[in-house]
Design a protein around this ligand. Sequence first.
Ligand code: IVH
Length: 409
Amino acid sequence: MSKLIWIGLLVGVSCLAAPEHVERHAVQLVTVLRQADDAYYNTGEPIMGNAAYDALRSQYDALVAAYPELPDRLTVGADLPDDAQRVEHTKPVLSLKKAYADAEVAAFLETCGAERAYCVEPKLDGLTIVLRYRNGLLVQALTRGDGQSGMEVTAAIVAAGCVPVSLKNAPETLELRGELLLSFAAFNALNDRRRGEGLAPFKHPRNTAAGTLRLKDYAEIARRGLAMRIFEVIETESPPASHSDALAMVSALGLPTVDCRVVSGGEVLPAVERMYRAGLDAAFPTDGVVIRLDERAAFERLGATAKYPRGALARKYRAASVESTLLRVEWTRGETGRLTPVAHFEPVEQGGATLQCASLHSLDHLRALDLMIGDRIQVVRAGGSVPEIIGRSPAPRTGRETPIPPPEK
Ligand code: IVH
Protein backbone atom coordinates (compact mmCIF):
# COMPACT_ATOMS: atom_id res chain seq x y z
CA MET A 1 0.00 0.00 0.00
CA SER A 2 1.40 3.44 -0.81
CA LYS A 3 2.41 5.67 2.08
CA LEU A 4 -0.06 8.30 0.92
CA ILE A 5 -2.94 5.87 1.09
CA TRP A 6 -2.23 4.52 4.57
CA ILE A 7 -1.78 7.98 5.96
CA GLY A 8 -5.01 9.02 4.31
CA LEU A 9 -6.70 6.13 6.08
CA LEU A 10 -5.28 7.16 9.43
CA VAL A 11 -6.29 10.79 9.37
CA GLY A 12 -9.72 11.45 10.67
CA VAL A 13 -10.17 8.03 12.22
CA SER A 14 -11.20 8.34 15.82
CA CYS A 15 -9.06 6.65 18.48
CA LEU A 16 -10.98 7.58 21.59
CA ALA A 17 -10.00 4.57 23.67
CA ALA A 18 -6.29 5.43 23.70
CA PRO A 19 -5.08 7.85 26.40
CA GLU A 20 -5.05 11.47 25.33
CA HIS A 21 -1.24 11.77 25.16
CA VAL A 22 -1.02 8.66 22.97
CA GLU A 23 -3.66 10.04 20.67
CA ARG A 24 -1.81 13.37 20.51
CA HIS A 25 1.45 11.63 19.75
CA ALA A 26 -0.20 9.58 17.00
CA VAL A 27 -1.64 12.70 15.40
CA GLN A 28 1.79 14.37 15.52
CA LEU A 29 3.44 11.37 13.91
CA VAL A 30 0.88 11.29 11.15
CA THR A 31 1.27 15.03 10.57
CA VAL A 32 5.04 14.80 10.20
CA LEU A 33 4.85 11.69 8.01
CA ARG A 34 2.26 13.27 5.76
CA GLN A 35 4.51 16.29 5.23
CA ALA A 36 7.43 13.97 4.50
CA ASP A 37 5.36 12.00 1.97
CA ASP A 38 4.23 15.17 0.27
CA ALA A 39 7.80 16.42 -0.06
CA TYR A 40 9.06 13.03 -1.26
CA TYR A 41 6.35 12.33 -3.82
CA ASN A 42 5.21 15.79 -4.91
CA THR A 43 8.19 18.13 -4.65
CA GLY A 44 11.04 15.67 -5.12
CA GLU A 45 12.87 17.35 -2.23
CA PRO A 46 12.86 14.99 0.77
CA ILE A 47 12.67 16.78 4.10
CA MET A 48 14.03 13.92 6.17
CA GLY A 49 16.23 10.91 5.64
CA ASN A 50 14.96 7.35 5.17
CA ALA A 51 16.18 6.30 8.61
CA ALA A 52 14.17 9.03 10.32
CA TYR A 53 11.12 8.32 8.20
CA ASP A 54 11.25 4.60 8.95
CA ALA A 55 11.80 5.26 12.64
CA LEU A 56 8.77 7.54 12.86
CA ARG A 57 6.72 4.98 11.02
CA SER A 58 7.89 2.22 13.39
CA GLN A 59 6.84 4.37 16.32
CA TYR A 60 3.37 4.68 14.94
CA ASP A 61 3.34 0.92 14.45
CA ALA A 62 4.28 0.40 18.11
CA LEU A 63 1.42 2.66 19.20
CA VAL A 64 -1.02 0.68 17.09
CA ALA A 65 0.26 -2.55 18.63
CA ALA A 66 -0.25 -1.18 22.15
CA TYR A 67 -3.64 0.38 21.39
CA PRO A 68 -5.47 -1.71 18.82
CA GLU A 69 -8.27 0.83 18.85
CA LEU A 70 -5.93 3.23 17.07
CA PRO A 71 -6.31 2.60 13.35
CA ASP A 72 -4.14 -0.45 12.65
CA ARG A 73 -3.81 -0.38 8.89
CA LEU A 74 -0.11 0.42 8.91
CA THR A 75 2.02 -1.94 6.90
CA VAL A 76 5.19 -2.66 8.82
CA GLY A 77 8.29 -1.35 7.05
CA ALA A 78 11.71 -2.90 6.82
CA ASP A 79 13.95 -3.05 9.89
CA LEU A 80 15.69 0.18 10.84
CA PRO A 81 19.04 0.61 9.14
CA ASP A 82 21.87 0.69 11.70
CA ASP A 83 23.79 3.60 10.27
CA ALA A 84 22.00 6.88 10.82
CA GLN A 85 22.13 9.59 8.14
CA ARG A 86 24.90 12.22 8.22
CA VAL A 87 23.59 15.66 7.34
CA GLU A 88 25.50 18.91 6.61
CA HIS A 89 24.93 21.80 9.02
CA THR A 90 23.61 25.10 7.63
CA LYS A 91 26.38 26.91 9.52
CA PRO A 92 29.29 25.22 11.32
CA VAL A 93 28.46 24.34 14.93
CA LEU A 94 31.24 26.11 16.82
CA SER A 95 32.29 25.93 20.46
CA LEU A 96 32.72 28.74 22.97
CA LYS A 97 35.97 30.35 24.02
CA LYS A 98 36.56 29.68 27.71
CA ALA A 99 37.61 32.25 30.30
CA TYR A 100 38.94 31.09 33.68
CA ALA A 101 39.54 34.53 35.22
CA ASP A 102 37.56 37.76 35.61
CA ALA A 103 40.40 39.60 33.82
CA GLU A 104 39.70 37.51 30.69
CA VAL A 105 36.01 38.43 30.91
CA ALA A 106 36.96 42.10 31.30
CA ALA A 107 39.19 41.88 28.18
CA PHE A 108 36.34 40.27 26.23
CA LEU A 109 33.93 43.06 27.31
CA GLU A 110 36.53 45.64 26.30
CA THR A 111 36.87 44.13 22.81
CA CYS A 112 33.13 43.78 22.26
CA GLY A 113 32.23 47.16 23.78
CA ALA A 114 31.68 47.76 27.49
CA GLU A 115 28.68 50.00 26.77
CA ARG A 116 26.75 47.26 24.95
CA ALA A 117 24.05 44.92 26.29
CA TYR A 118 24.96 41.30 27.08
CA CYS A 119 23.01 38.14 27.79
CA VAL A 120 24.15 36.09 30.75
CA GLU A 121 22.91 32.49 30.70
CA PRO A 122 23.67 29.22 32.48
CA LYS A 123 25.84 26.94 30.35
CA LEU A 124 23.81 23.75 30.45
CA ASP A 125 25.76 20.50 30.48
CA GLY A 126 24.20 18.26 27.86
CA LEU A 127 24.67 17.90 24.12
CA THR A 128 23.91 20.26 21.24
CA ILE A 129 20.95 19.41 19.04
CA VAL A 130 20.04 21.29 15.84
CA LEU A 131 16.30 21.48 15.15
CA ARG A 132 14.88 22.32 11.73
CA TYR A 133 11.23 23.37 11.48
CA ARG A 134 9.60 23.93 8.11
CA ASN A 135 6.18 25.62 8.06
CA GLY A 136 5.89 24.88 11.76
CA LEU A 137 6.67 21.16 11.49
CA LEU A 138 9.74 19.55 13.00
CA VAL A 139 11.36 17.99 9.95
CA GLN A 140 14.88 17.25 11.14
CA ALA A 141 16.94 17.02 14.30
CA LEU A 142 20.72 16.61 14.13
CA THR A 143 23.54 16.08 16.58
CA ARG A 144 26.59 18.38 16.52
CA GLY A 145 28.82 15.66 15.03
CA ASP A 146 32.14 17.16 13.93
CA GLY A 147 30.63 20.64 13.66
CA GLN A 148 30.33 20.44 9.85
CA SER A 149 27.82 17.59 9.69
CA GLY A 150 25.85 15.72 12.32
CA MET A 151 23.79 12.56 12.69
CA GLU A 152 20.08 12.65 12.04
CA VAL A 153 18.20 11.93 15.28
CA THR A 154 14.73 13.17 14.32
CA ALA A 155 12.90 10.07 15.44
CA ALA A 156 14.63 9.95 18.82
CA ILE A 157 13.86 13.63 19.45
CA VAL A 158 10.22 13.12 18.48
CA ALA A 159 10.07 10.08 20.77
CA ALA A 160 11.67 12.03 23.63
CA GLY A 161 8.78 14.50 23.46
CA CYS A 162 11.08 17.31 24.61
CA VAL A 163 10.04 19.78 21.89
CA PRO A 164 6.75 20.27 20.05
CA VAL A 165 6.70 18.57 16.64
CA SER A 166 4.34 21.20 15.28
CA LEU A 167 4.21 24.94 16.01
CA LYS A 168 1.37 27.38 15.45
CA ASN A 169 2.06 30.66 13.59
CA ALA A 170 5.66 29.68 12.98
CA PRO A 171 7.82 31.24 10.26
CA GLU A 172 8.35 29.18 7.12
CA THR A 173 11.97 28.42 8.05
CA LEU A 174 13.18 28.05 11.60
CA GLU A 175 16.49 26.49 12.54
CA LEU A 176 17.39 26.36 16.20
CA ARG A 177 20.10 25.00 18.42
CA GLY A 178 19.49 23.75 21.90
CA GLU A 179 20.94 21.64 24.67
CA LEU A 180 19.48 18.17 25.18
CA LEU A 181 19.86 17.02 28.76
CA LEU A 182 18.43 15.16 31.71
CA SER A 183 17.25 17.10 34.73
CA PHE A 184 18.50 15.89 38.11
CA ALA A 185 14.91 14.76 38.82
CA ALA A 186 14.65 12.70 35.62
CA PHE A 187 18.12 11.25 36.20
CA ASN A 188 17.17 10.18 39.73
CA ALA A 189 13.87 8.67 38.59
CA LEU A 190 15.69 6.70 35.89
CA ASN A 191 18.26 5.41 38.37
CA ASP A 192 15.52 4.48 40.88
CA ARG A 193 13.85 2.46 38.14
CA ARG A 194 17.13 0.79 37.19
CA ARG A 195 17.89 -0.16 40.80
CA GLY A 196 14.37 -1.61 41.04
CA GLU A 197 15.14 -3.72 37.97
CA GLY A 198 18.46 -4.88 39.46
CA LEU A 199 20.50 -2.79 36.96
CA ALA A 200 23.51 -0.61 37.79
CA PRO A 201 22.60 3.09 38.11
CA PHE A 202 24.00 5.52 35.54
CA LYS A 203 26.81 7.79 36.74
CA HIS A 204 26.43 11.05 34.88
CA PRO A 205 23.35 12.84 33.49
CA ARG A 206 25.16 14.14 30.36
CA ASN A 207 26.52 10.75 29.31
CA THR A 208 23.15 9.19 30.03
CA ALA A 209 21.41 11.77 27.83
CA ALA A 210 23.88 11.05 24.99
CA GLY A 211 23.42 7.30 25.39
CA THR A 212 19.64 7.63 25.45
CA LEU A 213 19.69 9.37 22.07
CA ARG A 214 21.36 6.33 20.53
CA LEU A 215 18.70 3.86 21.72
CA LYS A 216 16.48 2.25 19.12
CA ASP A 217 13.82 1.50 21.75
CA TYR A 218 11.63 4.58 21.33
CA ALA A 219 9.36 3.73 24.24
CA GLU A 220 12.41 3.70 26.52
CA ILE A 221 13.59 7.05 25.11
CA ALA A 222 10.14 8.48 25.85
CA ARG A 223 10.19 7.13 29.44
CA ARG A 224 13.54 8.70 30.34
CA GLY A 225 12.25 12.29 30.36
CA LEU A 226 14.92 14.04 28.26
CA ALA A 227 14.60 17.84 28.24
CA MET A 228 15.66 20.48 25.72
CA ARG A 229 16.55 24.13 26.23
CA ILE A 230 16.91 26.22 23.06
CA PHE A 231 19.90 28.60 23.26
CA GLU A 232 20.19 29.96 19.72
CA VAL A 233 18.17 30.85 16.61
CA ILE A 234 20.31 30.02 13.56
CA GLU A 235 17.98 30.81 10.69
CA THR A 236 14.58 32.34 10.13
CA GLU A 237 13.02 34.79 7.63
CA SER A 238 12.89 37.89 9.84
CA PRO A 239 15.41 37.32 12.61
CA PRO A 240 14.80 39.48 15.72
CA ALA A 241 17.32 42.26 16.36
CA SER A 242 18.66 40.71 19.54
CA HIS A 243 19.45 37.30 21.01
CA SER A 244 17.08 37.92 23.92
CA ASP A 245 14.25 38.80 21.49
CA ALA A 246 15.04 35.69 19.44
CA LEU A 247 14.72 33.52 22.57
CA ALA A 248 11.47 35.32 23.47
CA MET A 249 10.10 34.61 19.98
CA VAL A 250 11.00 30.92 20.27
CA SER A 251 9.46 30.77 23.73
CA ALA A 252 6.24 32.37 22.42
CA LEU A 253 6.06 29.54 19.85
CA GLY A 254 5.92 27.09 22.74
CA LEU A 255 9.54 25.92 22.75
CA PRO A 256 11.56 25.65 25.99
CA THR A 257 14.44 28.14 26.10
CA VAL A 258 17.49 28.74 28.28
CA ASP A 259 17.11 31.46 30.98
CA CYS A 260 18.69 34.69 29.79
CA ARG A 261 19.41 37.88 31.78
CA VAL A 262 20.14 41.02 29.79
CA VAL A 263 22.64 43.34 31.51
CA SER A 264 24.97 46.16 30.50
CA GLY A 265 28.71 45.50 30.09
CA GLY A 266 29.46 46.94 33.53
CA GLU A 267 27.02 44.54 35.19
CA VAL A 268 28.25 41.34 33.56
CA LEU A 269 30.71 40.23 36.26
CA PRO A 270 28.27 40.77 39.18
CA ALA A 271 25.54 39.02 37.15
CA VAL A 272 27.81 36.00 36.59
CA GLU A 273 28.63 35.90 40.31
CA ARG A 274 24.91 36.15 41.19
CA MET A 275 24.10 33.33 38.81
CA TYR A 276 26.69 31.12 40.53
CA ARG A 277 25.40 32.03 43.97
CA ALA A 278 21.89 31.06 42.89
CA GLY A 279 23.26 27.64 41.87
CA LEU A 280 23.16 28.41 38.10
CA ASP A 281 20.13 26.24 37.48
CA ALA A 282 18.73 24.12 40.28
CA ALA A 283 17.03 21.67 37.93
CA PHE A 284 19.78 20.88 35.39
CA PRO A 285 23.50 20.10 35.40
CA THR A 286 25.57 23.09 34.30
CA ASP A 287 29.25 23.74 33.62
CA GLY A 288 29.67 27.49 33.56
CA VAL A 289 28.02 30.71 32.45
CA VAL A 290 27.64 31.94 28.85
CA ILE A 291 28.10 35.66 28.18
CA ARG A 292 27.13 36.90 24.71
CA LEU A 293 26.48 40.17 22.93
CA ASP A 294 22.74 40.68 22.85
CA GLU A 295 22.52 42.74 19.65
CA ARG A 296 22.52 40.40 16.63
CA ALA A 297 24.18 42.84 14.22
CA ALA A 298 27.06 43.49 16.64
CA PHE A 299 27.46 39.73 17.27
CA GLU A 300 27.58 39.00 13.53
CA ARG A 301 29.93 41.91 12.78
CA LEU A 302 32.52 40.44 15.13
CA GLY A 303 32.38 37.14 13.24
CA ALA A 304 34.13 33.98 14.33
CA THR A 305 37.50 32.25 14.38
CA ALA A 306 37.66 28.69 13.06
CA LYS A 307 36.62 27.47 16.53
CA TYR A 308 34.33 30.00 18.22
CA PRO A 309 32.33 33.21 17.70
CA ARG A 310 34.08 36.36 18.95
CA GLY A 311 30.91 37.79 20.46
CA ALA A 312 30.43 35.08 23.10
CA LEU A 313 32.41 33.61 25.98
CA ALA A 314 32.02 30.80 28.51
CA ARG A 315 33.07 31.76 32.06
CA LYS A 316 34.31 28.57 33.65
CA TYR A 317 36.08 27.75 36.87
CA ARG A 318 38.95 25.36 37.08
CA ALA A 319 37.66 22.44 39.00
CA ALA A 320 40.75 21.95 41.18
CA SER A 321 39.02 19.95 43.85
CA VAL A 322 39.93 19.27 47.45
CA GLU A 323 38.71 16.33 49.47
CA SER A 324 36.73 16.45 52.68
CA THR A 325 34.27 14.33 54.66
CA LEU A 326 30.54 15.03 54.74
CA LEU A 327 29.51 15.62 58.38
CA ARG A 328 25.84 16.57 58.18
CA VAL A 329 23.15 18.11 55.98
CA GLU A 330 21.00 20.94 57.31
CA TRP A 331 17.84 22.22 55.69
CA THR A 332 17.25 25.94 55.32
CA ARG A 333 14.10 27.62 54.09
CA GLY A 334 14.78 30.35 51.54
CA GLU A 335 12.74 33.48 50.84
CA THR A 336 10.53 31.55 48.44
CA GLY A 337 9.75 29.00 51.16
CA ARG A 338 11.63 26.26 49.33
CA LEU A 339 13.68 23.88 51.48
CA THR A 340 17.34 23.84 50.50
CA PRO A 341 19.85 21.27 51.76
CA VAL A 342 23.19 22.65 52.95
CA ALA A 343 26.15 20.30 53.36
CA HIS A 344 28.56 20.75 56.28
CA PHE A 345 31.92 19.06 55.87
CA GLU A 346 35.30 18.93 57.60
CA PRO A 347 37.01 22.29 57.04
CA VAL A 348 39.46 22.28 54.11
CA GLU A 349 41.73 25.00 52.69
CA GLN A 350 41.48 26.06 49.09
CA GLY A 351 42.81 29.17 47.38
CA GLY A 352 43.49 30.85 50.73
CA ALA A 353 39.99 30.26 52.10
CA THR A 354 38.60 27.71 54.54
CA LEU A 355 35.64 25.84 53.06
CA GLN A 356 33.24 23.99 55.36
CA CYS A 357 29.74 24.20 53.92
CA ALA A 358 28.10 24.28 50.52
CA SER A 359 24.56 24.55 49.23
CA LEU A 360 23.22 21.38 47.65
CA HIS A 361 20.59 23.52 45.87
CA SER A 362 17.64 21.12 45.91
CA LEU A 363 16.51 17.69 47.03
CA ASP A 364 16.88 16.47 43.43
CA HIS A 365 20.42 17.77 43.22
CA LEU A 366 21.26 16.11 46.54
CA ARG A 367 19.83 12.79 45.39
CA ALA A 368 21.70 12.97 42.07
CA LEU A 369 24.98 13.27 43.98
CA ASP A 370 24.06 10.07 45.83
CA LEU A 371 25.76 11.12 49.09
CA MET A 372 25.78 9.61 52.58
CA ILE A 373 26.98 11.09 55.86
CA GLY A 374 30.63 10.11 56.31
CA ASP A 375 31.32 10.02 52.55
CA ARG A 376 34.64 11.36 51.27
CA ILE A 377 33.59 14.19 48.94
CA GLN A 378 35.19 16.43 46.32
CA VAL A 379 34.75 20.16 46.80
CA VAL A 380 35.58 22.91 44.28
CA ARG A 381 35.30 26.67 44.38
CA ALA A 382 32.88 27.43 41.60
CA GLY A 383 31.82 30.96 40.69
CA GLY A 384 35.10 32.41 41.93
CA SER A 385 34.38 31.77 45.58
CA VAL A 386 31.25 29.65 45.98
CA PRO A 387 32.04 26.17 47.37
CA GLU A 388 30.37 23.37 45.47
CA ILE A 389 30.32 19.62 46.10
CA ILE A 390 30.87 17.96 42.75
CA GLY A 391 30.62 14.35 43.88
CA ARG A 392 32.11 11.54 45.93
CA SER A 393 35.80 10.71 45.92
CA PRO A 394 36.73 7.75 43.76
CA ALA A 395 37.75 5.67 46.83
CA PRO A 396 35.19 3.01 47.79
CA ARG A 397 32.95 3.53 50.82
CA THR A 398 34.03 2.09 54.16
CA GLY A 399 30.60 0.69 55.05
CA ARG A 400 30.30 3.05 58.05
CA GLU A 401 28.48 5.76 56.08
CA THR A 402 24.90 6.50 57.10
CA PRO A 403 21.91 7.79 55.07
CA ILE A 404 21.20 11.52 55.08
CA PRO A 405 18.16 12.11 57.33
CA PRO A 406 15.20 13.67 55.46
CA PRO A 407 14.10 17.19 56.45
CA GLU A 408 11.86 17.39 59.52
CA LYS A 409 8.26 18.17 58.64
S1 IVH B 1 25.75 29.49 22.92
C1 IVH B 1 28.68 29.21 18.95
N1 IVH B 1 24.50 29.12 25.12
O1 IVH B 1 27.98 24.79 25.13
C2 IVH B 1 28.32 28.54 20.20
N2 IVH B 1 25.82 27.30 24.32
O2 IVH B 1 30.85 25.06 24.49
C3 IVH B 1 27.16 29.27 20.80
N3 IVH B 1 25.74 25.31 25.75
O3 IVH B 1 27.82 23.86 21.74
C4 IVH B 1 26.72 28.48 21.94
N4 IVH B 1 24.38 26.12 27.27
O4 IVH B 1 26.11 22.80 23.39
C5 IVH B 1 25.32 28.55 24.24
N5 IVH B 1 23.32 28.98 27.11
C6 IVH B 1 24.11 28.41 26.20
C7 IVH B 1 24.58 27.08 26.34
C8 IVH B 1 25.44 26.57 25.37
C9 IVH B 1 25.09 25.06 26.89
C10 IVH B 1 26.65 24.35 25.07
C11 IVH B 1 26.34 24.17 23.61
C12 IVH B 1 27.56 24.62 22.88
C13 IVH B 1 28.61 24.44 23.92
C14 IVH B 1 29.77 25.36 23.64
